[in-house]
Ligand binder design. Structure first.
Ligand SMILES: Cc1ncc(COP(=O)(O)O)c(C=O)c1O
Length: 397
């Protein structure tokens, strides 16, 4: 009998030659457990997913209740099913009133695909603008607007008429014109290494989109659902999107995403041709039930209220001569070191000797990723920081 590890290596397609290879048997709250009882403190939440912690009891109960009723019944958009309908309503209640149409997907990248199609359909324009070092997903449309040529080169040709601008670069906004269908931007850039918009940048972007008639798509797939301390990150910048994207943390550990836009814009999918955007599993009832429980947990357990204080507690403790900077917005944080050569052994040591799971970023390899569950307690934060500082000391002396 081959072990799961042998089967993983033999038959599961790999995405690198150096997978983490941790074997996990169960998870609860901020912890994951290996087969021999090893305990790992999860400081990255499955990359921004477990905002309410692993296996939150409310999420489990909602899933269980839905399992007892029905699983998949029919492709998206035909039958009236309570879980997606109630979730769409609950999402709308967190949003500015114009964002009253929700289209459910299975993932973040699918939310991006739907939004790009919708923007082209609504404006009749073709140009798409996104930022350098943005990550929007791995399917061909989302990859096209991802801002890294290294990621794209081997897969060209991708979508035509895509242009990139610098995040936080106000003068680049002039490239947004009457030709532009949409500008897609992460409200807080994630894989760029947590880059927060500087004063006035997002407001100027919003104004430029209004002036030119380009739709503003805010990708909150990583920074939404409470991660930054407000339910949506855009709330902190006094702006609003024409199309909003969510996924990752939305499902409390279940796969789901959505693009959200005014119903009058969504109506484009109903004609010329009809059925302009389809999905078999988007809005799966079990995922929707889990997402509604996640949303209610964030609201009713008042998780947003603790985010700023918890982030400050990390920042106060993460002081060390080797740490160059700590960037962040709420509990989406990046701890910067001189180089990957310094950071990588720290990440490895933290995992192997401290049982603390962290990571770096796709487009920023000198910074340590910190995105713990929003439910992390003060003592778990202290435990994390002590462990990380010990790993840093071990590596840099
Ligand atoms: C900002 C952002 N957009 C889109 C995606 C793609 O989401 P998914 O991996 O669910 O396709 C990600 C994933 O990391 C992301 O961080």
């Amino acid at each position: 009998m081959l072990t799961p590890r042998q089967l993983f290596l033999r038959h599961q397609a790999q995405t690198s030659d150096f997978p983490l290879l941790l074997e996990i048997e169960r998870a609860e709250g901020v912890y994951m457990y290996g087969p021999d009882g090893q305990r790992y403190l999860d400081l990255i939440s499955g990359i921004g997913v477990s905002n309410v912690g692993h296996r939150h009891p409310r999420v489990l109960a909602a899933i269980q209740q839905q399992l007892d009723k029905y699983l998949h019944l029919m492709v998206y958009g035909e039958l009236v099913q309570a879980p997606p309908a109630e979730l769409a309503h609950a999402l709308h209640q967190t949003l500015p009133p114009h964002l009253d149409g929700v289209f459910f997907t299975n993932s973040g990248t699918e939310a991006v695909e739907g939004a790009l199609k919708l923007a082209k359909r609504h404006t009749g324009r073709t140009e798409l603008i996104s930022c350098y070092n943005a990550y929007h997903g791995s399917t061909q449309g989302a990859l096209s607007v991802t801002g890294s040529e290294d990621f794209k080169r081997s897969y060209r040709p991708l979508l035509p008429d895509v242009r990139h601008i610098g995040f936080n670069n106000v003068s680049d906004l002039q490239h947004i014109t009457e030709r532009t269908a949409a500008v897609i931007v992460e409200t807080v850039q994630g894989e760029a290494g947590v880059r927060v918009a500087e004063n006035g940048y997002l407001q100027a972007l919003r104004q430029r989109c209004l002036y030119t008639g380009a739709l503003l798509i805010l990708d909150e797939i990583q920074c939404g659902f409470g991660r930054t301390g407000t339910f949506w990150a855009f709330e902190q910048f006094g702006i609003y999107p024409d199309i909003l994207l969510t996924a990752k943390g939305m499902g409390g550990g279940m796969p789901i995403g959505a693009f959200i836009a005014p119903q009058r814009i969504m109506a484009g999918f109903k004609s010329n041709p009809i059925l302009g955007h389809l999905t078999t599993f988007g809005g799966h009832p079990v995922s929707c039930a889990a997402a509604l429980a996640t949303l209610r947990t964030i609201q009713e357990e008042n998780l947003l209220a603790g985010v700023a204080e918890k982030a400050a507690r990390f920042r106060e403790q993460l002081r060390h001569p080797a740490i160059r900077a700590v960037r962040g917005c709420g509990l989406l944080m990046a701890v910067e070191f001189d180089s990957f050569a310094v950071l990588k052994p720290i990440i490895d040591r933290a995992l192997s000797h401290e049982g603390v799971l962290t990571d770096w970023f796709l487009f920023c390899d000198n910074s340590l990723r910190l995105a713990p569950p929003l439910t992390i307690s003060n003592s778990e934060i202290d435990e994390s920081c002590t462990a990380l500082l010990r790993a840093i000391d071990y590596v840099v002396g």
